[in-house]
Design a protein around this ligand. Structure first.
Ligand SMILES: N[C@@H](CCC(=O)N[C@@H](CS)C(=O)NCC(=O)O)C(=O)O
Length: 395
């Protein structure tokens, strides 16, 4: 999705430049235009050079601790809910006993966002949704972290203390699941067990991650029916979902131009783009997005060291997962109820449910039985959908 956003943003900015170009051409006579173009080029180069140097200086100044290894900082507290952020819908579950106020910033069909929703829905927690515009992203402009999913959460009894900003799908799930295990805990204290860290990898590149993100903070009170081995297995498959399965989604959903268009049409339906965008913008997103992602998926094949047989890779991955389920001899990896690995794998696959790739997976693997059991469970436990604001752009 990130690559798509960049590609779409370039496309949109190109279309703005084109429009600006048209306006200039129609109002300035040709001669004046030639000399003003040269002047503009000179000014542009000067401004670019000065701007570039300032930017480099500013970034170095901001990143003055970059030489330090293993920086570590706690999740951010957001005192007041950011202004002008539009909540588009809420899922309200009368049986929710979490005592939490949760706002999820998301793209509807992003696999990481689908994971977080799969968790919230399966546990039956109420939450509000901010559907972030993947191109302009105004609704997360207030945040330093620029990706989705992102959650603002507070305990209802501590509402004056502000919201904790949780980032990264697996961290969000681990913090919330640790809290749900024992709701007497203070959420800020819990979140502090998952600090953001930065470090340098072997190539000297600065990397960011979140500590403990696959660990639940049971504080010596692990669930009675969960052995240490069960916990390890859950961590192993959550890790696999984030580091292997998720990388197979784009290469499969955008495998050919036709499949890419089909995928974007499905995004449009699932993301209810007809509510948020006029037809010309939807068409632009579908066809431009399809071309861009078709190309990008070829790069992702190289990046993740896959072969052209991307279907083969995803079938193998799903076979490994169903083999593990077979060993357990239970409906879910977690037993009669899903654990967090079930939820992660389901969320990721759910993000491609409308694609040809998923139909092929249903035909060529045994994933269907487990997938539809997960789907029934999450749908039944989810709160009632309440729309907050519908601006209908149908045209
Ligand atoms: N590790 C993160 C990955 C999140 C992520 O990459 N989200 C994509 C959307 S699918 C995004 O927001 N990309 C925007 C960007 O990279 O600027 C997670 O698990 O939440």
């Amino acid at each position: 999705m990130s690559t798509l956003r960049i590609a779409t943003r370039q496309l949109v900015s190109r279309s703005l430049v084109f429009r600006a170009g048209v306006r200039t051409y129609t109002t300035v006579p040709p001669k004046a235009r030639q000399s003003s173009t040269a002047k503009l080029a000179l000014i542009g180069t000067g401004v670019g050079a000065v701007g570039g140097s300032c930017y480099t200086f500013y970034s170095n100044w901001l990143d003055k601790n970059a030489h330090k290894e293993h920086e570590k900082y706690a999740p951010t507290i957001v005192k007041d809910f950011p202004k002008d952020v539009q909540i588009t819908k809420r899922y309200v579950n009368p049986k929710d006993n979490s005592n939490l106020d949760i706002v999820l910033f998301q793209f509807q069909t992003c696999p990481f966002c689908c994971k977080v929703r799969a968790y919230l829905d399966s546990v039956g927690i109420s939450y509000s949704v901010v559907e972030v515009d993947a191109v302009l992203r105004q609704d997360i402009r207030w945040s330093k972290y620029k990706k989705v999913p992102m959650v603002l959460v507070r305990q209802k009894e501590n509402e004056n203390e502000g919201f904790i900003q949780l980032t990264d799908s697996s961290t969000i799930i681990s913090v919330l699941a640790s809290y749900m295990h024992n709701r007497k805990q203070n959420l800020v204290e819990l979140a502090n067990f998952y600090p953001n860290i930065s470090f340098f990898d072997d190539d000297g590149t600065k990397k960011h991650d979140i500590m403990n993100k696959y660990f639940l903070m049971y504080q010596d009170q692990a669930p009675k029916n969960m052995t240490k081995e069960d916990q390890e297995l859950e961590r192993k498959w959550r890790n696999w979902a984030d580091h292997h399965l998720v990388h197979l989604i784009s290469p499969n959903c955008y495998r050919t131009y036709g499949e890419s268009v089909e995928t974007f049409n499905w995004f449009s339906d699932a993301g209810e783009w007809h509510i948020y965008f006029p037809k010309w913008e939807r068409d632009l997103m579908v066809y431009a997005g399809a071309v861009a992602m078709w190309g990008i998926s070829k790069l992702l094949i190289k990046k993740h060291k896959l072969t052209e047989d991307v279907r083969g890779h995803i079938y193998n991955a799903l076979d490994s997962w169903t083999d593990e389920l077979k060993k357990k001899k239970t409906t879910f990896l977690g037993g009669k109820q899903p654990n967090l690995a079930d939820i992660s794998v389901f969320g990721i696959l759910n993000s491609m449910e409308g694609c040809q790739a998923f139909k092929d997976c249903l035909e060529n693997t045994n994933i269907g039985e487990w997938f539809f059991a997960m789907k029934t469970l999450t749908t039944n436990n989810r709160g009632e959908l309440i729309r907050e604001k519908i601006v209908n752009h149908q045209s």
